[in-house]
Design a protein around this ligand. Sequence first.
Ligand code: C5P
Length: 310
Amino acid sequence: MTSLAELPSVRVRAPGKINVYLEVGALQEDGYHELATAFQAVSLFEDVVATPAEGFTIAVTGAVDLDGVPLDDRNLALRAARLLANETGYDGGVHLDVHKQVPVAGGMGGGSADAAAALVACDALWETGLSGPELSRLAARLGADVPFALRGGTAIGTGRGDVLNPALARGRFDWVLVTSDDGVSTPKVYAELDAHRERHRVDIGPVAARPSVDAEVLHALRAGDATMLAAALRNDLQVATLRLRPDLAAVLEHGESSGALAGIVSGSGPTVAFLCPSAEDALELRAALRSAGHAAVHAHGPVPGARVVG
Ligand code: C5P
């Protein structure tokens, strides 16, 4: 009998992300919002090891709180593996071992990274040989952020966030991320934003029919200039996340008064991301936030998308 250790396996690493710019347009008929976003992949990684199996199973470990990670068919990595099998006619299964560094339900695309990693790992393990565009099309069916986790680096997302165009980026950006024990639900944050906009319609005016990423953001990314990027950070979801999690306002203030160039809620939150002038400054800020009792980690971007390692 073949022991598990002798089975061929494929390890894939995929990054978490920060939306350095996120403009949310109107709610569409499909329940999604039109948006324009600038993604940066950062050095918190999800590792997925795919091993041949008869059925579809998963085990999850990690450096983060794993509460809230489903281990059944709702798990996005398992759904990715099943989708690839269905689309390619592969009739075997897979066991996925997922090791998480990205906070769960934290607004950093951890589940999306798992799905992207599972697609790449199963494609290699099963030798299904899909092209990049084919994998990306499957990724978009799994979730709006999954295509970006495949690609990594820096990219502009439009549509649901899944229509990607590369953005030129130079240099390295240093971030400190403050994570929360309790995640927030992305659909709830979008619904809260819709309610907020409805309540303040007179003051806010109509939302942009066609959201677009500000030229300043593209300029700052191209120049590798953290100070310029800090001035151009924007997240339309932040107002909604702060309504659901008012405690985060103090976290933002704390980081910004302790050396960060700027702070922003990451995606739908509740992770808060602080952009720092350098890696050294980031380590100092991390220490300051930790001594105030926050869970803070250092990460840098941009980093590559889902790829086979080892
Ligand atoms: O695609 P994903 O599963 O990541 O999206 C989760 C939820 O977030 C959607 O069901 C929708 O409520 C909201 N969403 C949205 N507009 C987007 C992306 C996500 O309203 N562009």
